[in-house]
Design a protein around this ligand. Sequence first.
Ligand SMILES: *Cc1c(COP(=O)(O)O)cnc(C)c1O
Length: 225
Amino acid sequence: MPTIAHNLKQINAQIRAAEQIYHRVENSVQLLAVSKTKPASAVASAYQAGQRHFGENYVQEALSKQLELGAFDITWHFIGAIQSNKTKVLATHFDWIHCVDSLKIAQRLSSQRPKFLSPLNICVQVNISDETSKSGVTLDELPDLISQISELPNLILRGVMAIPAPQTDFALQREPYQKLVAAVNALKITGLTTFSFGMSDDLDAAIAEGSTLVRIGTALFGARR
Ligand SMILES: *Cc1c(COP(=O)(O)O)cnc(C)c1O
C-alpha cells in the first residue's frame, strides 16, 4: 500500500506539472491536505513529510486532532459547513475559514476572533453549480457580501472557494471554475488572491482554471469510510 509520504510526493509533482502545462507561475498552487475522518497519526505522517496546511470539516474531530498535535506547526483550515453556534470555537481554533456564505456568520467570526490572534483568513463560498448545493452565495450576491466582509475588523478576506457538482469530463470540470474566476476578476478588487477549488478528482482542471489552493483528501490519505 502506498504511504502518505509517497502520495504527498506524487500529488506535489502533479501540481508542479499542471502549473507548467497550464502556464501557471511555479509554486502558485498550494496544497491543502484534507484530513477529515483520518486519525491524528495520518496528519503526523503528512507533516513529517513536509505538509503544513491541513483542512478539517468537523469541529469536534478537528479539535481533538489539534490537541494531540499541539507541538506541530500546522496551519488549520476549516472547510466544513458552518453552524452559527460553532463560530466562536472556529474563530478561536482555526487560521482559515473557507465556507463563509453569509454576513451573519462573518460578523460572528469577526467579533469572536480573540484579540491576541492575528485576523482570521476568510474565503467566501460561491455556489457555481446551482441546484446541487444549498450552500454558497450566487455570483450575483458575491459583490455585496465581499464589500460587507471587507469592513469587518478581525477578518482578512482572502478570496473565494467552491465545490462544484462532480463531473468526470475534463472540459465540464473546467467550466464552472472558468466562470467563477472570470466573475471574480471582473470585480477588480485587489487582495482577493485565493481561489480555493480543486479536489482529488478534478485537480488538473482546477489548476488549469486558476486555483491557488487545491483541497486534497482521498488522493493523499486514501478513501474515507
Ligand atoms: C472532503 C473535502 C475535500 C477533499 O475531497 P477529496 O475528493 O477526498 O480530495 C475537499 N474540499 C472539501 C470542502 C471537502 O469537504
